[in-house]
Design a protein around this ligand. Structure first.
Ligand SMILES: NC(=O)c1ccc[n+]([C@@H]2O[C@H](COP(=O)([O-])OP(=O)(O)OC[C@H]3O[C@@H](n4cnc5c(N)ncnc54)[C@H](O)[C@@H]3O)[C@@H](O)[C@H]2O)c1
Length: 249
């Protein structure tokens, strides 16, 4: 049997790197991609085995096309795509710049759409019953005032996940999303280092701790596996119980 190929975007660090590791542990040949060329090369080296790194800015459609062309020529067709790359760009709502808003949507939604479409075209051509997993967030459904573009983008990811799942189901391709809560990565470094911010975050986290990148990656690996063979169009929230609560005192 030939090794299935998985592509993880935003894989130089954090959740993306953990996803690459989990999929490699499950037997995939992994391609790690990131806008940070040096960082992703180091990450692939650390992962070892058959992992390879290819730099790509997920906000750039031409680079996304070139990424898939290169993978298909040098490695093979992508069976599992993890659309993980994402940015937040915080700012005060009343001053939030249209440029920042567009930047966030370009990476977090347009990039996810273009990569999904490009990956799915080859899956359909080759009759590959692949899996696509998008990194959403609890902010798809609960909001924070200082990251308006991020909240809008993750809401978009959830609906894009559903739309793509319907379009690709006739081809046996599954499309799902994972919605992390507060996870201990660089993206959360500001909150983690600020005791007051952590106190607020923990007051909204029934399991009373941050999640780890590996806990998100384990859910991605499940959705990529045959154990999830009848799941498509879903977002699974991995959030320590946050979305279930509605304390008023
Ligand atoms: N950390 C959390 O608490 C949390 C919570 C909910 C959702 N998420 C989501 O998980 C994903 C990963 O987050 P993380 O915490 O690991 O973040 P991170 O900032 O640690 O890592 C993000 C990675 O994406 C890369 N990246 C940024 N812009 C890119 C672009 N244009 N093209 C390609 N790569 C790019 C960065 O270089 C970095 O390696 C994101 O989609 C994020 O929105 C994270």
């Amino acid at each position: 049997m030939t090794q299935k190929i998985a592509l993880v975007t935003g894989a130089a660090q954090g959740i993306g790197y953990a996803c690459a590791k989990a999929l490699a542990d499950d037997g995939f040949r992994v391609v790690l991609s990131d806008v940070n060329a040096e960082g992703v090369a180091k990450a692939a080296e650390t992962l070892g085995g058959t992992a390879v790194a290819i730099a790509c800015d997920m906000s750039d459609g031409d680079q996304i096309t070139a990424l898939f062309d290169q993978i298909e020529t040098e490695v093979g067709p992508v069976h599992t795509l993890v659309n993980n790359a994402g940015i937040a760009l915080p700012g005060r709502f009343l001053d939030y710049s249209p440029d920042d808003f567009r930047k966030v949507l370009d990476v977090n939604v347009v990039g996810v759409f273009l990569a999904t479409q490009r990956a799915a075209r080859t899956m359909v051509d080759k009759g590959l019953k692949g899996a696509i997993i998008n990194m959403s967030s609890i902010n798809a459904v609960v909001a924070i005032p200082t990251i308006p573009a991020y909240c809008a983008s993750k809401g978009g990811v959830n609906q894009l996940t559903k739309s793509a799942s319907l379009a690709l189901a006739p081809h046996g391709i599954r499309v799902n999303a994972v919605g992390p809560g507060s996870i201990d990565t660089e993206m959360m470094a500001g909150v983690n280092a600020d005791p007051q911010a952590m106190k607020i975050a923990m007051s909204r986290t029934p399991l009373q701790r941050l999640g780890s990148a590996t806990e998100i990656a384990n859910t991605v690996a499940f959705l990529a596996s045959d154990k999830a063979s009848y799941i498509t169009g879903e977002t699974i929230y991995v959030d320590g119980g946050r979305l279930g609560q509605n304390y008023t005192c």
